[in-house]
Design a binder for this molecule. Structure first.
Ligand code: PLP
Length: 301
């Protein structure tokens, strides 16, 4: 469509760096027709990738679990991703790598006949909650819409099965809230569109362990909490317990550690971002210059 307007960005497809507006897949690709794809999203902050190796590890694990192991080597992927960032001239970016099942020349229904397709792109860094709204925090609705069961789709394989999350977002908008958190059949909270969650009580932090993507920001928050001597349990988090959190926050590559200040319209604590949340958030951003947690885009080119 000629009149489509794209954000600034660049992509890599079929061996070439191209403008994001030229990055297109055939309509017969199973990634589009069947959501038969996996992906990962890393970010660049002030010219440095954050924990890129861990994102690539997860991507390799996901492609393997889907029986389409990625044929690119780690260093090749790094070069491609860095190339996308460089071509678009970003110092802060949202950087995605995707592998779809691809398609078979005869449109055979057997997925083994398809040739996987690898795509990467960089667009401007995106936020689940804009930084100017962080003081206000996330106003979240807990939905009765159930996240797809982990018995059906493995949530640790980062995937595009988002219709439950999108329906949940509309449920939240209809109820006057900013975003949503889905639950499981046992009424435990799980995850939202693009984020994991943490809840604080007197014994420390709890984050759901089953039925969720093992977010890399979630992992970072667990490690940072340990550095700060804060206890973290990875275990089921019932809705009622979540609603009585002393503090709560969401974690995502798209924005880091994001305070949750309202659950179903009721204030969390005093309705302001919590002290522990702020401490973890501060340390999270400090790690962006630590060479053990980040690497320069220029060094990968
Ligand atoms: N849960 C889901 C369903 C996601 O899609 C994402 C990220 O997009 C997350 C959690 C957070 O993961 P990460 O911290 O790796 O960005």
């Amino acid at each position: 469509m000629e009149n489509e307007i794209f954000p600034q960005g660049s992509a890599w497809m079929g061996g070439k760096f191209i403008d994001i507006s030229d990055a297109k897949i055939p309509v017969l690709d199973w990634g589009f027709l069947r959501s038969d794809a996996t992906y990962d999203v890393a970010h660049v902050w002030n010219g440095r990738f954050f924990r890129l190796d861990i994102h690539i590890d997860r991507f390799f694990a996901s492609t393997k679990k889907l029986r389409m192991p990625c044929k690119f080597k780690r260093q090749e992927i790094k070069k491609i991703l860095a190339g996308c960032v460089r071509k678009a001239n970003f110092s802060n970016a949202y950087v995605e790598m995707i592998q779809t099942r691809g398609m078979s020349p005869t449109f055979d229904r057997d997925p083994r006949k398809s040739r996987p397709r690898f795509i990467a792109f960089a667009i401007p860094f995106g936020w689940i909650l804009k930084p100017e709204d962080f003081e206000k925090g996330l106003d979240i609705a807990v939905s009765n819409i159930k996240r797809i069961s982990p018995n059906s789709v493995d949530p640790t394989v980062k995937n595009y099965h988002w219709l439950d999350l999108i329906s949940g977002m509309y449920d939240a908008y209809d109820r006057g809230h900013y975003t949503v958190l889905l639950t499981d059949e046992k009424n435990n909270v799980l995850e939202g569109p693009g984020f994991n969650v943490f809840s604080l009580d007197n014994s420390g932090l709890t984050t759901p362990n089953n039925g969720v993507l093992k977010g890399i920001t979630r992992m970072s928050a667990i490690e940072l909490a340990a550095e700060l001597n804060i206890n973290v349990s990875s275990k089921p988090l019932p809705v009622e317990k979540f609603k009585s959190s002393l503090e709560a926050f969401a974690t995502s590559t798209a924005g880091g550690i994001i305070p949750i200040t309202k659950i179903n319209g009721k204030k969390v604590g005093n309705g302001k971002p919590g002290k522990i949340t702020n401490k973890i958030k501060k340390l999270y951003w400090e790690k962006h210059v630590d060479p053990e947690w980040s690497e320069s885009v220029d060094d990968l080119l």
